[in-house]
Design a protein around this ligand. Structure first.
Ligand code: GDP
Ligand code: ZN
Length: 442
């Protein structure tokens, strides 16, 4: 059977150089492709060391071929993996050879999308594949793996099952004539409802932590020139620089650095040129600075411990939206003679490291991070919205206990919101949006 237009291929390994590079092919007609490139279809699920040949019979590369017949493969389709040397040119030759055989280039996330469509994984798991790849801290990676393993999905599926039970119970009540209503055990209903409420609240709390691990928190570091912002940034970064830093967007005015505290990614913005002045260029910088800070989850207001909170500091603080939480941090505490001042705040020394651990703890507390027993699973904004929606419908249901039809309808809506997380009923445009953000080859 020749490959159909819907057989896809891509380089699955990262661009650049590496010891090994992988071209992955998924779909039908892999027999003829394998025959052309390898001389034969490899034995299923056995590593076969072989030549990879071009159309003239010349060897492009030598490596390992792996054949995974459907449905026991990543995508659920027939999959052929060619593991060669990890060079850009040699992998390009190998990919071109596949495309020359009637296979088409895979779109971003298309392998994982097929895995989802073939029920190998649900939508939350598919998303966690991308989150695992993009994780910038080991804690985020572990959480993504827990989601991929199905921990998040299991919590959602458990809730959906109990909601189904409750709906069956209520719908049975609906079938009873009005006068017989007392024969139905409402205490069973109430217990089940209570249990679902508790579980949903727990899942939402964990998902919030998981979302924090995925997105990180944005922290604006503000303060007068020379108060020690750069020094503090360096101190906080220390050995805890995030594994991947999000430097794009760095401007002359705002320096961004990705760091982590106990596995929570933090995007620190050091607002350099923050001072009142008549200089037009500098004022533009100030406007940008205020924009940046306006989007922060937390403002770290750095002050000089010896000088306390000055007029200039008050002016800076006044410039920022009141709704953003802030921490007042007094730096250069190492220079203080005798007792600390009475000003509320954290006393640190960016220079000596004094008070930095306390500051770290306070930052985590302010952004809402609690250390979870047994770890959290990764979650996205989309999941939080769905969980919040489910929560609202469940609360509405509780108000409607005396109206079984309306109660049942709210339960149905609760269930629907939850099911959107695992993708039981998801719209095509949502799928398109999720998978288009994947890298090619995954
Ligand atoms: P920025 O302008 O706010 O970024 O301030 P810098 O980080 O560039 O620091 C300004 C000056 O203060 C430098 O000479 C630093 O060495 C000094 N400095 C920063 N933090 C401390 C501290 O905790 N103690 C002392 N004694 N000096 C500090
Ligand atoms: Zn600085």
């Amino acid at each position: 059977m020749p490959p159909s237009a819907d057989t896809i291929a891509a380089i699955a390994t990262a661009q650049g150089r590496g010891g090994v590079g992988v071209v992955r092919i998924s779909g039908s007609g892999l027999g003829s492709i394998a025959e052309a490139i390898l001389g034969r279809l490899p034995v299923a699920r056995h590593a076969t060391y072989t030549d990879f040949k071009d159309e003239t019979g010349e060897v492009i590369d030598q490596g390992i071929a792996l054949y995974f017949p459907a449905p026991h493969s990543y995508t659920g389709e027939d999959v052929l993996e060619l593991q060669g040397h990890g060079g850009a040119a040699v992998l390009h030759l190998l990919l071109q050879r596949c495309l020359g055989l009637g296979v088409r280039l895979a779109e971003a996330g298309e392998f994982t999308r097929r895995a989802f469509l073939n029920d190998k994984i649900d939508l939350a798991q598919a998303e966690s594949v991308a989150d695992l790849i993009e994780a910038t801290t080991t804690e985020a990676a572990r959480s993504a793996m827990r989601s991929l393993h199905g921990d998040f999905s299991a919590a959602i599926n458990g809730l959906v099952e109990e909601l189904t039970l409750l709906r069956m119970l209520v719908e049975a009540m609906l079938d009873f004539p009005e006068e017989d209503i007392e024969v139905v055990d409402t205490s069973h209903r109430d217990r089940l409802l209570e249990k679902i409420k508790t579980k949903l609240a727990q899942t939402l709390a964990t998902a919030k932590q998981g979302s924090l691990l995925r997105e990180g928190a944005h922290i604006a570091l503000v303060g007068r020139p020379n108060v020690g912002k750069s020094s503090l940034l360096n101190r906080l970064a220390g050995e805890e620089v995030a594994l991947v830093s999000d430097v794009p967007g760095t401007t002359r005015d705002v320096i961004r650095q990705a760091i982590q505290i106990r596995g929570v990614p933090l995007h620190i913005m050091d607002t350099a040129g923050l001072r009142e002045s008549g200089d037009e260029v500098e004022n533009m910088g100030m406007a940008r600075t205020h924009q940046t800070v306006g989007r922060a989850d937390l403002i770290l207001m750095l002050l000089d411990a010896a000088q306390g909170c000055s007029e200039g500091d008050l002016a800076i603080i006044a410039g920022f939206p009141v709704e953003i939480p802030r921490l007042q941090v007094y730096n250069k505490a190492d220079l203080l003679q005798g007792a600390l001042s009475n000003d509320a705040g954290i006393y640190i020394s960016a220079k000596s490291g004094l008070g930095i651990d306390t500051l770290r703890e306070q930052i985590l507390k302010q952004i809402g991070w609690h250390n979870q027993e047994g770890g959290t699973f990764i979650a996205r904004e989309r999941h939080l919205i769905a969980l919040n929606q489910a929560n609202i419908h469940l609360q509405q249901a509780e108000q409607l206990l005396d109206h079984p039809e309306l109660f049942a309808e709210e339960l149905r809506l609760t269930q629907q919101a939850l099911s959107s997380i695992t993708g039981k009923f998801s719209a095509d445009d949502l799928l398109g949006e999720i998978f288009s953000r994947f890298c090619i080859g995954k």
